[in-house]
Design a protein around this ligand. Sequence first.
Ligand SMILES: *[C@@H]1O[C@H](CO)[C@@H](O)[C@H](O)[C@H]1NC(C)=O
Ligand SMILES: *[C@@H]1O[C@H](CO)[C@@H](O)[C@H](O)[C@H]1NC(C)=O
Ligand SMILES: *[C@@H]1O[C@H](CO)[C@@H](O)[C@H](O)[C@H]1NC(C)=O
Length: 223
Amino acid sequence: LAGHADSFACAGVGRLITQWPAEILNRAGETVDISCYQNYTTLAYMLWYQQTPRNGLNLVASTSPWMQNSYEEGYNEAKFEINRNHNDHSVMTIKNVTSKDAATYFCAASDHTVYGTKLTVLGKNDKIIPPAVAIFSPSKQEIQQKSKATLVCLASGFYPDHLNLVWKVNGAQRTEGVGTDEFSTWNGSTYSLTSRLRISAQEWLCTHRRYVCLLTGKYLYVI
Ligand SMILES: *[C@@H]1O[C@H](CO)[C@@H](O)[C@H](O)[C@H]1NC(C)=O
Ligand SMILES: *[C@@H]1O[C@H](CO)[C@@H](O)[C@H](O)[C@H]1NC(C)=O
Ligand SMILES: *[C@@H]1O[C@H](CO)[C@@H](O)[C@H](O)[C@H]1NC(C)=O
């Protein structure tokens, strides 16, 4: 494998993004580590790209401190393991390299969603499947140890992937304390999406409010 990752530093004043090593030469079957450091922002998404002459530039996966790594189609964790142990540092480990993995790998950082227009084309026989929705109550342990309460909303088994998720508390939309997966997870046949609402233990235990996870989509409207 003759892959190389160019070192570079860019972005705004006083902000740095750099990756190393600049070049790697490995035998097939070996494991490769590529590191990326950024101090762009503590809440940044870090994104890993693969560029080959044949396939151009492709997003491999994106990471953030608050969600699971999200892999693009054709890439998976077994092959491209990505660790984000610190806000500012990410390591991508490419396992069992073959000549197919020879490429230039780039990392990037962004403090918000990477904008794009996603076109989904439904096949004539593709069925539109609404999600199954479940809300999970906070754990007693979290309430006792952290005085916080995290409600989890899981929307699963839906297709296609066009779904917006909002939290409503007593009928009013809540955005504070909400963390929703940036990307839906594809399991080979349907998508799933998870969102967390973090509130104080006091709010959860004392106010008896009604928490609703509302899903809206171009194709479906579900409560
Ligand atoms: C980021 O790192 C660079 C180089 O070490 C440094 O000059 C800069 O002050 C840092 N910026 C922040 C926001 O920490
Ligand atoms: C490594 O990849 C080769 C070729 O794809 C495969 O035959 C082999 O089983 C893999 N080895 C491991 C340890 O995954
Ligand atoms: C994908 O998820 C759906 C809903 O959770 C499940 O019914 C289906 O069996 C899963 N498919 C695969 C291939 O894991």
